[in-house]
Structure formats: structure tokens, C-alpha cells
Write a new protein. Structure first.
Lengths: 260, 257
């Protein structure tokens, strides 16, 4: 069973989201990916205004509307606009079909201004995917590191949070979040460097490691390889490929009466 | 039957990799249907005793290669008497190809030394495996940030040396636009697929590069071998193109005079 934490509507042709999601699902079928999470539309906006993130979330809502049995949506929010982000969380998750949120690079997640969003996600049992990177050339100004995420996680110990990309440099990223037991790592969206998943399982335990691809900019092949190629027990592989995400989403899916 | 033209033996300088012992790597290759692998050495990236690196590489391929490893020696033209490394690769070790890492070794593709190297390569009938990068530049060791090889001078270099059989390794996203299309049209230039990305990566790449120019390369053990293998599950290429990329193109390249 493969559930994929991380997908976008890029890398395929198609004038509409409906066309694009249909194309993407063909690839998902080939790779045995049963469920695919999508967030953000296009064009990319690294620091979206409320109007922009609403529009992008509309694209996701439209795309998943025909794929209830296969696709999940996370709402794209921006910590720089807490009030509007909270309202969007109500619209997309509390009152809509989405089951999580995506926070990208506009606002460091260590900043307390983001707390109301995290608290509300906790109440809604919505998954939280926060992008992180550790670029040796330096992150962009609002771009969080795994250490920023650990600071956030310490303020919200009962809320599960996903450390997106594991910081890219996973040798440091894994260490940065190791002590925060409410943090899981997303392993998608980086090169398929060998040893990544082995170290993650050794240091965090398989139950804190979640497969995702970051399609269509990445391929399913390179990202699945991290798990399918790792020298880990078969039971750990199953957890990482799907069971962990399913466990995380089960409360909100149940609350919404959605198929698991 | 698969020929993997992009693997490395020995140890990556910055961390241990799961399969950096040759017998374990060879076992993994065997198990996954790799019937031939062109092996460079991680040591060739930073070591200065390149003659020693290449001797160990040739020995290791003979000792643990189980008949599937073909050594591809390193050449660093910034070292004194590098010409003798080229000669030894050919004459002493019977190698068919060499690996070059211009970014780690400190020269550009339009430096005269590169022309001299390419002339030597023709003399010794060697294939050149030009490695554009080893690792994502964003995750380099902070005191050793090595930019990806600048491909701007590539078109002119190819034009000056049309006879050099050249494989561009770890090339995805580094080659774009006119440089890519010119290289794709050049008779003796090939591309490995190790870094090809986006959903359906191979379906996409075969639109910009003729499939006769694509070679199966994994960049293992730095990358999980499965990353290259699974690309063929994700893309529907048909048998002719699959066989060409997986081994026929490499076979033809190796058997050219
Ligand atoms: Zn992404």
C-alpha cells in the first residue's frame, strides 16, 4: 500500500487541473500509488497573498473533486497572513474536503505568529506539512530549517508536524528534529541519495518517516527508490510507504466520513 | 540485461554509503539484472595519486567484479604528467573509458588543457565520461562547495573534437536550451539517465534527446540503484527504446573502434 504525501500539478501537460490530475494519476497507477496528496496550484508563488493562496486552493479543490477515492488536498497557507490563513483553514479544511495544510517558504515557522494556525490544525486533526531546507549557500529569508521546525514543535507537543524534505541535507535534518517526538519527516523532493532512509529509521524509528514524492517536478521513481532501495525490514518499508500517513490522517478522515 | 555506465567503487569522502564495499555492490547489481557496470572510483574525485587510484580500481574490478565490472579510470589534467595516466589507463589496464571531473579538478571546458586531454583520448581510443556534478550543490560540505561544471563552452568543445566519444554524466537540468539540443545532435555525444526527473522522466527526455543517445546510468552507490530501475516502470517506452537505453546503445558505443 502506497500513500504519497507530496504532489503538485506540475510536470505534465494540461490546460486545466482536471486534465493534469488525470495525467498524473496514470503515473500513480503505474507505480502502485493508491492515494496522492496534492497541494498548491500554479503559477508558483513563494509568498502568496491571501487572494493568491485562495485561488491555488480552489485549483486543488477542483482537481480532487473528481478523485475522492484517490486524492487528498492540503490547503496552502501563508504565515505572514495569520487572520486570512485561519479563515482559509476554515473554508478548506473545517468546512471543506481538505485534510491538511502546506506551509512553504514565505515565513519562518519558528515565529510565534504562526501558532494560531498550528493550534487550529491540532483541533481539526489536520496534517501539517512545513517545507524545510538546509542550503549550504543559505536559505531564502522566509525559508525554515529543520531547527526552526523543532522550535515550533516544542511549542506544540501534542500536534503532529511533518518536516518537509527533512531539510534536504538529511544528515543534519534528521538530527535537528530527532528529539521532538511529535515531528515526522517527509522524505520527498530531494535526490535519491543512498543511506537517507536507513539513517532515518535508525535515528527516528520507522514510524516517524513518511514517503512522499514531490511530483511532477520529481519522479515517482527516484523518490520511491529511497524506500524500496533502502536496507530496512519489510515491515518498516510498509509503514513508511503508507501506514504512517494513513495513521496520521485517519482521525480527520473519520471525522469527515471520508474513505480510508 | 542492463549495462549501468555510472557506478563508483571505494568510498565517498563525506559519508559512508550503504554499498561502498565492492562485493556488496556487485551482489546488488547482480540481483537487479545489471549484467555490466562501468565503474569509476570515488577516490578519483579528490586523490592526487591518480595512478594509484586507477591501479586499485582495475584490481578491484578483477578481484570482486564477477565479470560484470569494467573499470573507468580517472584522469586529472591539472596534475603533473597526467598524460601518463591516460596512457596507463589504455595500455596497462586495458580500459575503454576514463572519467573526468573538471569542477573538482579545477579547469573549464574551454581551457586549452581540455583540448589537450581530448586529443590524448583520441590517440588512446578512450571514451570520455564527463561528470557534471557528484552531489546536489545545496548539500555540499560547507568548506568544499564545488559548482557544477559550466556547460556554456560545451558546443564549441564538441565541434573542435567531433571524434571524441563523450558521455555526459549526471547531466539533468545542467544542460538546457541550445547547448542541450546541439549536444543531442552531435554524433558522438551520449547522456546518462541517472538524474532524469519529473513524472515520466524518460518519456520526457526522449523528446529532447534521441533514444539512441541515452544510456542507463544509476550513479550508485551514491544514489539508490532503484531510482534508475524504476524509471522504466514509470515511463512506457516500448521494448525497442527500453533495450536501447538499457544496454544496446552502450554495447554499440563500447564496440566502436
Ligand atoms: Zn513540493
Amino acid at each position: 500500500m502506497i500513500w504519497d504525501l507530496h504532489g503538485h500539478f506540475s510536470g505534465v501537460d494540461g490546460a486545466t487541473v482536471d486534465e493534469r490530475i488525470a495525467r498524473l494519476m496514470e503515473y500513480a497507477d503505474r507505480m502502485g500509488v493508491e492515494r496522492q496528496v496534492f497541494f498548491m496550484g500554479w503559477p508558483w508563488s513563494r509568498d502568496p497573498t491571501p487572494e493568491e493562496f485562495r485561488k491555488q486552493n480552489d485549483q486543488v479543490l477542483q482537481a480532487i473533486s473528481h478523485w475522492h477515492d484517490r486524492a487528498f488536498g492540503f490547503a496552502y497557507l501563508n504565515g505572514r497572513y495569520p487572520k486570512e490563513s485561519l479563515a482559509e483553514l476554515e473554508r478548506c479544511v473545517a468546512d471543506g474536503p481538505m485534510v491538511g495544510v502546506k506551509l512553504w517558504v514565505s515565513f519562518k515557522c519558528s515565529d510565534r505568529k504562526i501558532d494560531p494556525i498550528i493550534v487550529r490544525c491540532g483541533e481539526l486533526k489536520a496534517a501539517i506539512y512545513q517545507h524545510t531546507w538546509l542550503k549550504v549557500q543559505g536559505n531564502s529569508p522566509g525559508e525554515s530549517t529543520p531547527t526552526d521546525l523543532a522550535i515550533l514543535a516544542r511549542r506544540h507537543r501534542s500536534v503532529p508536524i511533518i518536516c518537509g524534505h527533512t531539510g534536504g541535507d538529511w544528515t543534519r535534518g534528521i538530527r535537528a528534529v530527532r528529539a521532538e517526538k511529535n515531528v515526522s519527516i517527509g522524505i520527498g523532493g530531494s535526490e535519491p541519495t543512498a543511506g537517507f532512509v536507513e539513517m532515518a529509521v535508525r535515528e527516528l524509528g520507522a514510524d516517524r518517516v513518511i514517503y512522499g514524492s514531490d511530483i511532477g517536478g520529481r519522479s515517482y521513481a527516484s523518490q520511491l527508490a529511497k524506500v524500496q532501495g533502502a536496507d530496512i525490514p519489510a515491515a518498516d518499508r510498509e509503514q513508511i510507504l503508507g501506514l504512517n500517513l494513513k495513521r496520521m490522517l485517519t482521525p480527520i478522515l473519520n471525522a469527515k466520513g471520508m474513505k480510508r | 540485461m542492463i549495462t549501468d555506465i555510472n557506478i563508483n567503487l571505494s568510498q565517498w569522502p563525506f559519508r559512508r554509503l550503504p554499498l561502498d564495499e565492492t562485493p556488496e555492490l556487485v551482489e546488488k547489481l547482480h540481483r537487479n539484472g545489471i549484467t555490466q557496470a562501468w565503474a569509476g572510483s570515488f577516490d578519483g574525485v579528490l586523490h592526487r595519486d591518480v595512478a594509484g587510484v586507477n591501479s586499485r580500481l582495475a584490481n578491484e574490478c578483477g578481484l570482486h567484479g564477477e565479470g560484470i565490472l569494467i573499470p573507468s579510470g580517472s584522469v586529472n589534467p591539472m596534475l603533473p604528467d597526467w598524460q601518463d595516466d591516460v596512457r596507463r589507463c589504455h595500455e596497462q589496464h586495458g580500459m575503454r573509458s576514463i572519467r573526468i571531473n573538471p569542477n573538482y579538478h579545477g579547469y573549464k571546458l574551454n581551457d586549452p588543457i581540455c583540448d589537450e586531454l581530448f586529443q590524448q583520448v583520441v590517440t588512446h581510443k578512450l571514451i570520455v565520461q564527463l561528470v557534471l556534478k557528484m552531489e546536489d550543490v545545496r548539500t555540499h560540505f560547507p568548506l568544499m562547495m564545488v559548482p557544477t561544471v559550466d556547460m556554456t563552452p560545451l558546443s564549441d568543445l564538441i565541434q573542435r573534437h567531433p571524434d571524441v566519444r563523450l558521455i555526459l554524466m549526471n547531466n539533468y537540468n545542467t544542460l538546457r536550451g541550445e547547448t542541450l539540443s546541439k549536444a543531442a545532435q552531435a554524433e558522438n555525444v551520449y547522456f546518462d539517465i541517472s538524474h532524469a526527473e519529473q513524472v515520466g522522466a524518460l518519456e520526457k527526455i526522449t523528446k529532447s534527446v534521441p533514444y539512441e543517445k541515452l544510456l542507463f546510468g544509476s550513479h550508485a552507490p551514491f544514489f539508490y540503484l532503484e531510482a534508475a530501475l524504476l524509471k522504466f516502470k514509470e515511463s512506457e517506452l516500448g521494448e525497442t527504446i527500453t533495450r536501447a537505453i538499457q544496454f544496446k546503445n552502450a554495447e554499440r558505443l563500447l564496440n566502436e573502434p
